[in-house]
Design a protein around this ligand. Structure first.
Ligand code: ADP
Ligand code: MG
Length: 691
């Protein structure tokens, strides 16, 4: 079996189970190994009966009670079922242990013997008991206590046990072979071996082993990302700019700026001239534009593309989701019309029919000044640009490096612009985007009112619904976000499917639509268009609308189970409102009890500034919090966290730089394994984030 083998080659995985695995994004044996646990279950500390009974306990809680057998267990037969009971005593405290169908236990639970009883607590009246506890020798339990049980992201029909069993089988039947990292690097950075790391991220034998496993895997993620970017930079650094642009003055871009219903902010103006000068400079542009949600990056992209068209070139804009690509397309078409610009705008997305795509390709061939907008289908299919001068990636995310590589391969080297809302410290940005120059849009349009926030519990819902009704009466629109698409096993959280239905009962006079990533592309588009056009008033959605969506008439963002989202993600979601001139509101419903998540939500409540939020979030997460809630999908790594793991990013960058300095193209035999790993990493570009 190999990493590339299909998941169904693992023993016990039939077609049905394989499909369930596909649902959680697992297709190959390699995928299941990378399906890292979300968290771990820890064995509880041993305690005596008195200790247990003296403290606060919860029904269903796992407890490990140490106790001696003072009186032999009693076996009763009720019906055909033998019930064994044993009472543990300590002073005035007693705890009942109950087993069904296990009369033979009587033989081992001898008078005077000592055991650990591990089971879930149940309560009847005010009597506490352990049902069907495991009986373990104290030494055995001590051993078990160190190990951690993995908890995986699941889907309906796929149980925790099924996933752990499959991971176990995959680990056992794979030959993971040689570690691709050199001994040198591992020693210098104190990194565990790859096979140890994979084993222990899934089945850690101790907290310490988990920490080591995680450190290695996070290092790998950053190392591969940085090395791939560095290799690319070496291959194409300082490409001479052969494009000839029209002079900056009296350009179409100025005409557009003069006609906009607003004036560009100082930051927008500054960044725009950086871009336009760069495109006229001696070398090809490779630039990152960082700006918080709502800072107005889209219009900059438009102006840069208009600049290309005026000079007789094509340009392309890539968006991470179909919804976003279509939205940009609509915006650009209407801006061209409004400003009397005769520029063909062409849409190209994965969900278009073969005929529509063919037509788009034909038009791309035909129009030398076209503005092309699309999803990654743009670069994955045999698109033929013959005159491409600029490629813009909106909402750059973790596959950015791979996708950039693909674009570089497309004939003449175009100017590259990457736009991101991820607020990362400049030092880290320089490492992660080492191959790019950075421009900051560090100002939001002044006319906007700051969003008003509140964090509430579910008892506030009726008020929230009344508020929604009022806002709709004023002509505004509303987003409601739920974490799940459908009901899911073991997860108590709202799902859009049921929520939309019950909301329709609460607010029967409103037009309510439901949107999630599992819908067909064409349906998603229809729903989004209806909302953008104001035909629906309330959109109940998953985080599929997290990035980039712009419907300025929407003024309310209601987020259910808000504590389940990462702060950066909540900030992105909230960025969907407050885009017009009306006052906007963000209502976060906290359904958790956890103190820390309450504090996290308070940070959001206090501030609308992405940078502040990211840094406060970091302070709240302790060093042991490996699996704090995931950050937003922007620049996301599987395990690595750009805020938390700054030190590892620096270490990875150091090692990558050493290698590149010595062997810029990674040709030497010493780096053969690393080269192969990076090739595989870059090849993996087919992986699109199709939210
Ligand atoms: P983001 O940076 O998050 O991509 P957008 O480009 O989508 O933000 O802009 C958000 C909204 O702000 C849009 O409706 C856009 O028309 C508007 N906008 C952009 N620049 C300005 C400005 N200088 N003044 C007022 N509104 C602006
Ligand atoms: Mg945007």
């Amino acid at each position: 079996m190999e990493l590339k083998s299909s998941i169904s080659e693992i023993k016990g995985i039939g077609a049905k189970t394989a499909q369930l695995f596909h649902k959680i994004g697992v297709y190959t044996v390699g995928d299941i190994l990378l399906h890292f646990p979300r968290d771990y279950e820890r064995m509880p500390a041993m305690e005596t009966v008195a200790e247990l009974l003296a403290r606060e306990t919860a029904e269903g809680e796992l407890a490990a009670v140490a106790g001696g057998v003072e009186r032999a267990p009693v076996v009763r037969n009720t019906g055909r079922m033998p019930i064994t009971t044993l009472t543990l005593r300590e002073g005035d405290y007693t705890l009942n242990l109950v087993w069904f169908h296990m009369p033979y236990l009587k033989n081992s639970l001898k008078h005077g013997s000592n055991w650990i009883f591990l089971g879930k607590l149940s309560r009847s009246g005010n009597r506490l008991s352990l049902d069907q506890p495991q009986v373990l020798a104290p030494e055995k339990y001590q051993q078990m206590q160190g190990s951690l049980m993995p908890c995986y992201a699941l889907t309906q029909g796929l149980s925790k046990n099924m996933v752990s069993k499959t991971v176990r089988l995959a680990l056992d039947s794979l030959d993971l072979g040689q570690d691709y990292l050199t001994e040198d690097i591992r020693q210098r950075q104190e990194l565990a071996e790859w096979n140890f790391a994979l084993e222990n991220i899934h089945f850690p034998v101790s907290e310490q082993a988990l920490a080591q496993a995680r450190k290695r895997l996070v290092f790998d993620e950053f190392f591969q990302f940085i090395l791939a970017a560095g290799l690319q930079k070496n291959q194409m650094e300082q490409v001479k700019n052969e494009f000839v642009f029209a002079p900056m003055e009296e350009s179409w871009a100025h005409q557009v700026m003069a006609g906009l219903p607003y004036e560009l902010t100082g930051a927008q103006k500054r960044v725009l001239s950086e871009i336009r000068e760069n495109m006229r400079g001696p070398v090809i542009m490779q630039r990152l534009i960082q700006g918080d949600v709502g800072s107005g990056k889209t219009v900059l992209a438009f102006l840069a593309m208009v600049d290309c068209a005026q000079s007789g070139y094509q340009s392309a804009l890539m968006a991470p989701t179909e919804v976003l690509a279509r939205q940009h397309y609509e915006t650009f078409v209407s801006m061209c019309e409004q400003f009397g610009l005769r520029i063909p705008v062409i849409l190209l997305t994965g969900s278009m029919t073969a005929r529509e795509k063919r037509r788009a390709y034909d038009r791309i061939q035909l129009y030398s000044k076209a503005i092309v907008i699309g999803t990654h289908a743009l670069i994955q299919e045999r698109t033929l640009f013959d005159n491409l001068a600029l490629v813009i990636t909106d909402e750059q995310h973790r596959f950015g490096v791979k996708q950039r590589e693909k674009l570089y391969l497309k004939g003449a080297q175009p100017h590259i612009l990457v736009m991101s809302a991820t607020p990362i410290p400049r030092t880290l940005a320089l490492i992660l985007y080492g191959d790019l120059d950075i421009s900051l849009v560090d100002e939001v349009p002044a006319r906007r009112l700051p969003i008003k926030n509140c964090v509430v519990n579910t008892s506030y819902r009726p008020k929230a619904y009344a508020f929604i009704r009022k806002q709709v009466e004023l002509g505004h629109q509303v987003y409601v976000i739920c974490p799940l698409v459908e009901e899911s096993e073991g997860l108590e959280a709202e799902n859009v499917t049921d929520y939309a239905q019950s909301l329709a009962k609460e607010l029967p006079e409103l037009a309510i639509a439901c949107l999630h990533g599992k819908m067909k592309g064409s349906l998603k588009n229809q729903i989004m268009e209806d909302f953008a056009a104001g035909r629906t008033q309330v959109l109940v959605s998953t985080t599929v609308i997290e990035v980039g969506v712009n419907v300025p008439n929407a003024t309310v963002m209601l987020i259910e189970d808000a504590q389940r989202f990462g702060l950066a993600q909540l900030h992105q979601l909230r960025g969907r409102v407050g885009r017009g001139e009306a006052q906007s509101y963000c209502i976060m419903i906290n359904t958790g009890e956890n103190e820390v998540s309450k504090k996290r939500l308070d940070i959001l409540n206090q501030s609308n500034d992405g940078f502040f939020i990211a840094s406060e979030d970091l302070k709240l997460r302790g060093p042991g919090d490996f699996f704090g809630i995931r950050q937003s999908g922007l620049l996301q790594f599987r395990l690595g966290d750009i805020y938390r793991d700054g030190a590892l990013i620096k270490a990875a960058s150091q090692e990558a730089r050493l290698i590149l300095a010595e062997d810029p193209a990674l040709r030497s035999a010493a780096y053969e394994c690393i080269r192969k790993q990076i090739d595989a990493y870059l090849q993996d570009a087919a992986e699109t984030v199709n939210l």
